[in-house]
Design a protein around this ligand. Structure first.
Ligand code: HEM
Length: 158
């Protein structure tokens, strides 16, 4: 029982970090971009990339590992409808996140280049930010739905 609860604690902590880091990064980047302050934009993009490595990458891995382990310990078949749909939604979020990592690195480079050469932001920055935002939307919706499925564990089919 203790193993199960410790694992569930880790699973929930990891979900919080995963979701919170993504939402926090999106908010701070949005506010920095809106400020038009190049130093702030460059610094925020740098921190967004760092937060992705420190928090998102480990939790993206931890989440399915702890989840599948919990299912095994609790005796939930991985074919349970709520788990199948959760894993599909999680895969959608993961597929959106992979290009986001690349976009973040490119935006960071563009912002740092602008600061170091004392010139305006490359117009590509706005295009990359737009793509970054629109990849984030389905990923966030998918994660919110996974939270619902995890808590309610509905039988969607039998
Ligand atoms: C990707 C594969 C995942 C699997 C296989 C999985 C599996 C599980 C299992 C078996 C439980 C135990 C439920 C219980 O003890 O009653 C659980 C709980 C939970 N999971 Fe996941 N999970 C996954 C991903 C996620 C994600 C992506 C999130 C949120 C972003 C999440 C959030 C939660 C929460 C909040 C609970 C606690 C629910 C409760 O105590 O009622 N899980 N998960």
């Amino acid at each position: 029982m203790m193993e199960y609860l410790a694992l569930k604690w880790l699973h929930i902590l990891s979900a919080t970090l995963l979701y919170g880091t993504g939402l926090g990064s999106a908010f701070y980047k949005f506010m920095a971009d809106r400020s038009g302050n190049l130093q702030a934009i460059a610094q925020t993009n740098k921190v967004v990339v760092l937060a992705d490595w420190c928090f998102t990458t480990p939790t993206v891995i931890l989440q399915p590992v702890t989840g599948i382990w919990l299912a095994h310990l609790a005796g939930y078949p991985l074919t349970s409808s709520w788990l199948v749909v959760s894993m599909l939604l999680y895969s959608v979020a993961g597929l959106c996140w992979l290009p986001v990592v690349r976009l973040q690195i490119r935006m960071k480079m563009l912002a740092l280049e602008a600061v170091s050469h004392d010139r305006p932001l490359d117009p590509r920055y706005t295009r990359l930010t737009r793509a970054w935002f629109w990849l984030g939307v389905p990923a966030f919706i998918a994660l919110v739905l996974v939270y619902v499925l995890m808590v309610f564990k509905p039988v969607l089919w039998s």
